[in-house]
Design a binder for this molecule. Structure first.
Ligand SMILES: [Zn+2]
Length: 425
């Protein structure tokens, strides 16, 4: 697989796992990550213009790291935003502070009750302060106007341009909605698609998407495979693990398995029928094993079956990737942000995190080219799609420039040449 030149000077990289629209949408928001106080946050909002939604949407606010960890009130945000609807959302996306206009558009007044699993924070006189927690955030997020097709297209254009500027020639979108393919195809026709895009709709949507596909298909907008999610994630302690988390959630000590082995087998057979590879999210070692079992017992002939993330893989399962000819698509860059969670939640499995050396050697031992079977990605916008972060993590297994930062499973390191080869399209 080779992508067209982007003229960026170091082009030709493959981003094997990203969310194209969400990444572009995050680019349109105001970055509050650098603000060190409420005053700085309000200054930043005051300097921002409403985006295509007509709102000023601030992201990555970190009040808990300020000297005075105090969110702005709705009135303060209202003034800073000059009356435009506005919110400032926290880095972890679990809380946001909304302006007076935003609260009004969301229908949040004195009488509106808290939603299940959410809180509208109120002052002594029971009026909303503007701060919303957990699912109460959705009241405001849902009040932002849905983008038109043209706005979505321009968001995708900006997203893909950013990928191209980082050296990518090919981006794999990992949850492609029905409008994405047509939007990318139009951009391509206009000469505004800076990378080729590979689509992965949800498994359940693939039949319908296959019918639409011939109407927009072009060389630079391809159909990759059918996406399924088989478990949760590390930080939320929902990755499906062979052994319990060190500090588990009650009742789900080993995380959550979203698909049974039987259901996976049915899906793989259905994919065979559609001549599409299954592309499955599996973060925990038990999720990876279950998936390998299902692939093993169905032996799909369609090439390109992929396991996304594979953040933890048991020793015994390593040779099965090569034996089954499965492609693995990890995001080593997540190791840089996950060092502490790994050591806190899975200290007993830290040596099995991102086992890149084992995977590389297993493919090579089986006579397969590791470069054709291990594809790096970032899962942007979860983390920025900076190619050097994947190289840093794969080679050094720790953050750069932080003496004393723990090193995760150093024996799983790749050489720099090996790591770079896994980024090339
Ligand atoms: Zn993803």
């Amino acid at each position: 697989m080779s992508g067209p030149s982007t003229g960026s000077g170091f082009d030709g990289l493959r981003e094997a796992h990203a969310h194209v629209y969400d990444f572009g949408d995050a680019l349109a928001c105001v970055d509050l990550g650098g603000c060190r106080s409420k005053a700085e946050l309000l200054d930043t909002i005051a300097g921002a213009q409403p985006d295509h939604t007509g709102w000023i949407r601030g992201m990555r606010a970190m009040p808990e790291s300020w000297d005075a960890p105090e969110w702005p009130t709705h009135a303060e945000l209202h003034d800073a935003a000059r009356g435009n609807p506005c919110y400032a959302r926290s880095l972890d996306i679990h809380s946001l502070s909304a302006s007076t206009e935003a609260l009004a558009r969301a229908g949040i007044d004195g009488d509106r009750p808290d939603p299940a699993n959410g809180v509208i924070v109120r002052d002594e006189s029971k009026d909303a302060t503007g701060l919303l927690l957990e699912l109460a955030c959705n009241f405001v997020l849902d009040a932002v106007p849905a983008p038109t097709f043209e706005q979505r297209k321009q968001t995708v254009r900006a997203s893909i341009e950013r990928f191209a500027s980082l050296g990518y020639a090919e981006v794999h979108d990992m949850l492609s909605l029905d409008w994405l393919g047509p939007a990318c195809a139009e951009l391509d026709k206009e000469g505004n698609l800076a990378c080729s895009v590979v689509l992965h709709p949800l498994f359940e949507d693939c039949r319908a998407e296959l019918e639409r596909y011939p109407h927009y298909a072009c060389e630079r907008v391809r159909f990759g495979g059918a996406k399924v999610f088989t478990d949760g994630a590390l930080n939320s302690r929902t990755a499906f693990m062979l052994e319990p988390f060190a500090h588990p959630l009650e009742g789900i000590e080993r995380g959550i398995a979203l698909w049974s082995e039987d259901k996976l087998r049915v899906a793989i057979r259905e994919c065979e029928d559609m001549k599409l590879p299954l592309v499955a999210h599996a973060i925990g070692d038990a999720a990876v094993r279950r998936l390998l079992n299902a692939i093993d017992s169905t032996a799909p002939k369609t090439p390109g079956t992929r396991i996304e993330h594979a953040q933890f893989v048991d020793e015994h399962d390593i040779p099965r990737f090569a034996r089954l000819g499965v492609i693995v698509s990890p995001q080593p860059c997540h190791l840089l942000t996950d060092i502490e969670p790994i050591l806190r939640l899975l200290p007993h499995r830290a040596h099995r995190a991102f086992p890149l050396r084992d995977l590389w050697d297993a493919y090579a031992d089986a006579g397969l080219d590791p470069v054709e079977h291990i594809w790096f990605g970032s899962d942007a916008p979860v983390v920025p799609p900076n190619p050097e972060d994947n190289i840093q993590a794969a080679v050094h297994r720790t953050r750069a420039g932080e003496p004393g930062c723990p090193v995760i499973a150093p024996d799983q390191a790749l050489t720099e040449d090996e790591a770079r080869s896994l980024m090339r399209a």
